[in-house]
Ligand binder design. Structure first.
Ligand code: ZN
Ligand code: MN
Length: 476
């Protein structure tokens, strides 16, 4: 029973254009309910939509970033269904001619690089939002109505939760690099549904595809894939099968539950949207857009490995965000050792950013400041550990590393005679440790070194202390 899992993803991404897709209303997130609406986004009779050119441009950028063909001739279609948050009774979308098609995203797997094909990327409008209150009322906020979306649909080329997560990470960082979306899942800017089934080719058995909606994090995507995989296989092993249905992810109980059966699926009665002219794209415009495309995360990763000789893992982490990659590169430009810079940026800097939910652009210190800090360490003016302490201060106050070191008297003690004095005092105070050392308990040396560091408030040059302690103990 060698089952293979097949997963396809459908991702809705809100574009960060200034205005909505068919009107001039602001596209800013988080404003008071129903303050960013006009007759067009409310679907009032007689209101006419006008396609926002920036939406087409953003979608083309995404298409180019994901290696798609761009349709020179496409159009908008009406997708009819009823839902309270859909004011017009239809959504303006694209049906049979999407703006972009036949693309792919390449991810790295244990077996090497793998292409996940993208079937299509089309543009459409977002719906309003229903808010269900604790008292049982349902409220409607139409600010989101008419927010521009791209819907990205993959082929079922994803075979595991790891692949799904890698794909999504790559998708997200690429969209952020080309600045078409902020991709904030917590604000609904990136929403993901999965289609999943399992197949056993040898026995010619397969489960029916189920769809899972309401996944609000990449980790939820992973958990839902694992959950469905097990559920599908268990049913097949019992001689049963899954039903073609839509399920939703229940975060509290970590399970998927049935939302609706596909048999009840609406017939959307797609038809051409008569109020919007066909979309004709000048190939020269596509080429102009192509010229403005920045270096994408995957290319940058390869270049970092090649140019700076850092490990693949480092390059992956450093290029996930455009701002972080810039910060790294600027620091490297001002210092000597790329791997040292990578260690500090991936380690202390990134950890602190994540812990406090701070963005790189809001850091109080600059790449130059970090480079100056590393210089202090490399010149032996401060130890590595004191360096970490200085960095903490830089995070909080934005003070220059030089000033912090001076103000707090953190300059490393590398004066041998001064250190010998401290060591001999510590040895006198800790006779038992000296005896232990003589009796072969080498751990006692570590204790002595610790005491010396403590006595100097961490400022003693650790290497020098090591040498002196060993020498003086051996002399005893
Ligand atoms: Zn509007
Ligand atoms: Mn859609």
């Amino acid at each position: 029973m060698a089952y293979e899992t097949l997963v396809g993803l459908e991702i809705h991404v809100e574009l960060s254009t200034k205005t909505k897709i068919f009107c001039g209303c602001s596209n800013e997130f988080g404003k008071d309910a129903n303050t960013q609406c006009c007759p067009v986004c409310l679907g009032l009779p007689g209101a006419l939509p006008v396609l926002n050119k920036a939406v087409v441009e953003y979608a083309i950028k995404a298409g180019l970033a994901f290696n798609c063909d761009i349709a020179i001739d496409s159009r908008m279609d009406r997708k009819n269904y009823f839902y309270p948050d859909l004011v017009k009774g239809f959504q303006i979308s694209q049906n049979d001619i999407p703006l972009c098609s036949n693309g792919y995203i390449e991810i790295d797997t244990e077996e090497g690089p793998k292409k996940i094909r993208i079937r299509r990327i089309h543009i459409e409008e977002d719906t309003g939002k229903s808010i269900h209150t604790e008292s049982g009322d349902s409220l409607l906020d139409y600010n989101r109505s008419g927010v521009p979306l791209i819907e990205i649909v993959t082929e079922p080329d994803i075979n595991s939760k790891e692949e799904a997560q890698k794909f999504l990470e790559s998708l997200k960082s690429t969209l952020q690099y080309i600045e078409v979306s902020d991709c904030k899942m917590e604000e609904g800017s990136l929403r993901c549904d999965i289609n999943i089934n399992v197949v056993d080719d040898e026995r010619n058995i397969k489960s029916k595809i189920t769809e899972v909606k309401n996944l609000n994090s990449f980790s939820a995507v992973g958990k839902a894939i694992e959950y469905e995989e097990k559920r599908h296989i268990a049913l097949l092993e019992e001689g049963k099968n899954t039903l073609r249905e839509t399920r939703r992810w229940n975060e509290v109980d970590n399970e998927t539950i049935v939302m609706r059966s596909k048999a009840e699926a609406a017939d959307y009665r797609y038809g051409v949207e008569p109020d919007i002219a066909p979309i004709k794209i000048d190939p020269e415009w596509i080429e102009d857009i192509r010229k403005t495309m920045p270096e994408l995360p995957r290319q940058k990763k390869a270049r970092f490995i090649e140019e700076y000789g850092i490990p693949e893992y480092d390059a992956e982490v450093l290029t996930q965000s455009k701002d972080l990659s810039h910060f790294f590169e600027e620091t490297v430009g001002l210092s000597e050792d790329p791997k040292q810079v990578s260690n500090w940026v991936m380690g202390d800097v990134l950890r602190r950013l994540n812990d406090e939910g701070v963005e790189v652009k809001d850091l109080k210190f600059t790449p130059k400041d970090l480079a100056d800090l590393l210089k202090l360490i490399n010149e032996g003016k401060i130890s590595n550990n004191i360096g970490k302490k200085v960095l903490r201060e830089m995070f909080e106050t934005g003070k220059k590393p030089d000033d912090i070191v001076k103000e707090q008297g953190l300059v490393q003690i590398s004066d041998e005679s001064q250190l010998r004095e401290v060591v001999s005092k510590i040895l006198e105070e800790n006779e038992q440790s000296v005896i232990d050392y003589k009796n072969g308990k080498t751990r006692a040396m570590g204790f002595i070194i610790g005491q010396v560091m403590k006595a100097t408030r961490g400022k003693a040059n650790p290497q020098l202390v090591n040498e002196i302690v060993k020498e003086m103990l051996d002399e005893k």
